[in-house]
Design a protein around this ligand. Structure first.
Ligand SMILES: *Cc1c(COP(=O)(O)O)cnc(C)c1O
Length: 426
């Protein structure tokens, strides 16, 4: 069940009216349902009950501390892609021993910190990275737990910007190159081979790419076994899609059945790195109509939320459902409208060609905004990033206050003449 429902005419997130949230915290605003995130986490682990497994939530999907805290309390591990995400997990009370560290560009400082706190595994993406990790671990007198992120060269059949498992993508190590690198890692005292990893893309709505990737990984696991290299875990990444519009992503049960069916009698621990699937549908983005505008027959709702707050439509042409929050029986005439923000870019839209009845001052809800929403927000056009609130039942709490202009300007300074050329002869 989706956490956003219409009760007595007004859209609610769990038991809280979205109108009340907007009054309390202002707009634009992100609001997340704690119960919805928890329900998804539990459904995922339940689907894999009976097989050793761990969910490592992909922090980049929504890295708000309260979201991480909630998932840590539920027992989740974390998939991180930067040192910053590692610090967030630690601040939120996450166990570093449950963290897997992904990403193609890990710096020396990031490796040092991850070794110091004791992450569960580095998902290594290149031979050069393996060299660097070996050297850093040796210098610190530690053994770095590693898994190689393999690129299985399968088409995830998703948007090209969020497809990562094809050989032309920058991610991972080609399957053919993996056995040599594993042998090298296994023979290196400062490295400890733990597992194998892949992540083929995001917002996948079919099972066959996952199955094709798993088949290639399993073939590789067998090759490694015959080389005497045993793995503790198989990490299948994230990528399971959600429903934004008419998509029909597989259920978690179907996903689990497909994967467990392929696995046969293998008992390696399965790791998963879901991001979007856990948080997207738990979130709603609230924005208020500033102006209703008509240009030669085209209708626009100019709203106070923009591409700097929610980038997905501008970046990927993504579609988010948009609904008026107030009672539809009290609304005026429905028009075909473009919902656009105040940013000076034609790509600044939240939705185009929508059927909406709204006037200036009305509140709109942009659905399925819990993943890759706030995390991609910027200060473009010197706009303060929105506030974030967490809702549970009939209670709500601010989990990130709205930015202020002072927050934005705090890191900058005026030149005030200090770069002027010194006088001749000085
Ligand atoms: C982004 C990412 C994920 C999460 O992807 P979702 O589509 O949000 O599930 C998992 N693993 C890695 C390595 C990623 O880069």
């Amino acid at each position: 069940m989706l956490p956003v429902q219409r009760t007595c005419g007004v859209l609610h997130l769990e038991d809280v009216a979205l109108t009340a949230l907007a009054e309390c915290y202002g707009t634009p605003l992100y609001a997340y349902s704690a119960s919805a995130i928890a329900a998804r986490y539990r459904a995922f682990t339940a689907a894999f009950e009976g097989h050793p497994h761990r969910l490592c939530y992909a922090v980049k999907a929504n890295s708000n501390l309260a979201v991480l805290e909630l998932l840590a309390k539920l027992g989740a591990g974390f998939d991180i892609v930067s040192g910053g995400e590692l610090e967030r997990v630690l601040r939120a009370g996450g166990d570093p021993g449950s963290v897997v560290f992904s990403g193609v560009g890990k710096t020396v400082a990031e490796m040092e910190r991850a070794l110091e706190v004791g992450v569960a595994c580095f998902n290594v993406e290149s031979a050069a990275e393996l060299d660097r990790l070996e050297a850093v671990a040796a210098r610190l007198g530690r053994r770095a737990p590693v898994s190689l992120r393999v690129n299985p060269d399968v088409d995830a059949a998703t948007h090209p910007y969020i497809s990562t498992g094809l050989k032309e993508n920058k991610f991972g190590i080609p399957v053919a190159a993996a056995p040599d690198l594993y042998r090298r890692a296994a023979a290196t005292p400062s490295l400890e081979v733990r597992g194998i990893d892949c992540h083929i893309g995001s917002q996948l709505t079919r099972l066959d790419p996952f199955v094709a990737a798993l088949d290639r990984i399993l073939a590789l696991v067998e090759t490694l076994e015959s080389d005497g290299i045993a793995l503790e875990h198989i990490d299948l990444g994230g990528g399971l899609g959600v429903r934004y519009e008419e998509e029909d992503p597989p259920s978690i049960a179907a996903y689990a059945t497909a994967i467990l069916g392929r696995l046969g009698n293998r008992r390696e621990t399965l790791l998963f790195e879901p991001g979007r699937w856990l948080v997207a549908e738990a979130g709603v983005f609230l924005t208020r109509v500033e102006y209703v505008k008509e240009n030669e027959g085209r209708h626009f709702l100019v709203v106070d939320g923009a591409m700097n707050d929610l980038l997905r439509p501008a970046l990927y042409g993504s579609w988010h459902s948009i609904e008026a929050v107030g009672d539809p029986t009290q609304a005026g005439k429905t028009e075909t409208v473009d919902v656009v923000g105040p940013v000076c870019e034609s790509s600044d839209f939240l939705g185009k060609g929508r059927q909406l009845a709204a006037c200036a001052g009305d509140l709109l809800a942009v659905h399925t905004a819990g993943a890759y929403g706030f995390g991609m927000a910027s200060n473009y056009n010197s706009r303060n990033r929105p506030a974030e609130v967490m809702v549970q039942g009939n209670r709500h709490m601010l989990v990130r206050r709205r930015e202020t202009l002072d927050d934005q300007l705090a890191l900058e300074r005026l030149v005030a003449g200090s770069l002027d050329a010194p006088p001749d002869g000085a």
